[in-house]
Write a protein that binds this ligand. Structure first.
Ligand code: FAD
Ligand code: MLT
Ligand code: ZN
Length: 469
């Protein structure tokens, strides 16, 4: 069956569906108001106009089951929606789909300090999980700058990365159980608080990172970590991303327990300065920086490095200073977006390969992007970078799209040459769909497609999106 064709047939809002949804969920849980459709039919990207047929907000798993079954009956596609902070267009409903928002599934179960788990609803914002667990000196170590708005369900559906991957890994490593509603409207309870279950394959891991294409996550039991002890934050001036790797090497050689290692180019720092009013960190324009956070009170490794390389570094020894330094990293995305959405790239290679990739980008690829400002930042310590191309004035949308397409293909050739991924943490969504040829062998792609057919043969869930789309 051709899933794309099946999806294309379902672009009109069937009025009986809306009426039946209202009956099922209540009038205040369904909208077709044009302003609501625009606001709830999109994520953070601006790659297409939202055009959902309606938005609905079930309150619990039973409500999600009812919505999925009703959509199956009417043949209307569903876009699962969390905090809508996604950067790949995964929660964008541009083809008459129903937006199924998990926003009202906000149960927060008691924290289990013995097993170190907590059960939460899919719509709970990431930051609320942290606030809920903090009194027990525990946290869910998935931290990203969108933490106030992004949801646990969205974090799991995208297998979110963030600024703590260097120590804790991705979201999928911090899940014990998952409740999922399938495309047929069945409820799968995959694990719970039981930490050990080797009845494989591990089905819950198939839903994590599948971007709402295989099922709708309604609840999760999360694994928690002890809150780390006191940390130090430093913002270190560096000449380039490749030069920043000397700082990583020094930290590793000294046995430093890194909590974050994040690169911010000078252009990003300029944009943060202009947008937020924060002073330039090093007083002058022109220096790239790396933000390092580590556990403990050892600053000797950085002092030794500063003596040999004379790099300026700002130390955040108090919580307030540390928070201030983090602003230079955490506010990059909003600052770049304040002047029109940049064209984003989200790439990664194995950590030992990042120096060679960064060098290729600096010497082979970037010089060919004439007239385009490149704002580069990201999780350098994980081998991952975000390359944001800023659209120059006077370039039409069509020319810009064609130019970005050529630039992306050249960049992805380099990423593949170095054995990396073109979708490191934001997912495939809609924006990476045209680049399947850079996402693994034909055999791997065929298996993903077979998974989609097995889980959702009618293509009801987020058609045309994600790794299985
Ligand atoms: P949404 O945007 O609502 O949805 C994302 C995808 O998940 C969509 O495909 C949607 O259909 C699906 N989905 C959502 N909820 C469910 C559900 N319950 N069941 C099934 N499918 C579902 N990402 C990172 O990885 N690392 C970062 O460091 C990072 N930093 C960011 C900083 C900023 C300022 C912003 C704006 C974004 C950042 N992101 C980052 C991207 C984004 O926050 C993450 O992808 C996040 O995990 C998305 O969560 P969400 O709830 O907003 O999901
Ligand atoms: C980040 O690391 O801050 C994000 O992934 C957001 C972005 O790429 O803009
Ligand atoms: Zn990121």
């Amino acid at each position: 069956m051709n899933l794309d064709a099946a999806a294309a047939d379902r672009t009109m809002a069937p009025l009986p569906l809306v009426a039946e949804l209202r009956q099922l969920l209540g009038a205040d849980a369904v909208t077709t108001d044009p302003d609501d459709l625009r606001a709830w039919g999109r994520d953070w990207t601006r790659v297409a106009e939202p055009r959902p047929c309606a938005v609905c907000w079930p309150r619990d798993t039973a409500g999600v089951v009812a919505v999925v079954r009703l959509c199956g009956h009417h043949g209307v596609s569903i876009v699962p929606s969390g905090g809508r902070t996604g950067l790949a267009g995964g929660a964008l409903a541009a083809a008459g789909e129903l937006v199924l928002s998990l926003d009202r599934l906000r149960d927060l179960g008691p924290v289990d300090p013995l097993g170190r788990t907590v059960a939460v609803g899919a719509g709970v914002p990431n930051q609320l999980v942290q606030e809920h667990c903090a009194p027990h000196a525990l946290w869910w170590p998935v931290e990203l700058a969108s933490k106030g708005s992004c949801s646990v369900g969205g974090n799991l559906a995208t297998n979110a990365g963030g600024v703590r991957v260097i120590r804790y890994g991705h979201a999928r490593q911090w899940v014990v159980g998952l409740d999922v509603v399938t495309a047929d409207g069945d409820v799968l309870r995959l694990g719970g608080a039981c930490l050990k279950d080797n009845v494989g394959p591990d089905l819950k891991q198939l839903f994590i990172g599948s971007e709402g294409t295989l099922g709708v996550i309604t609840a999760a039991t999360l694994r928690l970590a002890p809150l780390p002890g006191p940390t130090i934050v430093a913002l270190v001036a560096v000449a380039s991303a490749t030069a920043a790797l000397d700082v990583l090497a020094a930290a590793r050689a000294a046995g430093i327990d890194l909590m974050a290692f994040e690169f911010v180019s000078s252009l990003c720092l300029d944009r943060v300065h202009a947008h937020t009013g924060l002073p330039r960190p090093f007083g002058v324009q022109g220096s790239d920086a790396v933000l390092v956070e580590w556990i403990g009170d050892d600053t000797g490794w950085l002092e030794r490095l500063a003596r040999t390389t004379s790099v300026p570094a700002l130390l955040g020894l108090t919580r307030a200073d540390a928070r201030r330094l983090w602003q230079y990293r955490e506010r990059v995305t909003e600052s770049l977006g304040s002047d029109g959405a940049p064209h984003k790239n989200d790439i990664a290679v194995a950590v030992p390969a990042i120096a060679a990739l960064a060098r290729d980008i600096e010497t082979l690829w970037a010089p060919r992007q004439e007239g385009v400002a490149l704002a580069v930042f990201g999780h350098l310590g994980d081998g991952s970078l975000h390359i944001n191309a800023l659209r120059p004035g006077g370039v039409t949308e069509a020319d810009w799209a064609a130019r970005c397409r050529r630039a992306d293909e050249a960049l992805y050739d380099l990423v593949v040459k170095h054995g990396g991924s073109i979708a490191a943490e934001h997912g495939v969504g809609l924006v990476k769909q045209p680049y399947g040829a850079w996402t693994g062998t034909a055999a791997a792609q065929a298996l993903r497609r077979a998974l989609k057919l097995a889980f959702d043969p009618r293509g009801l869930l987020n058609p045309g999106k994600g790794p299985c789309g």
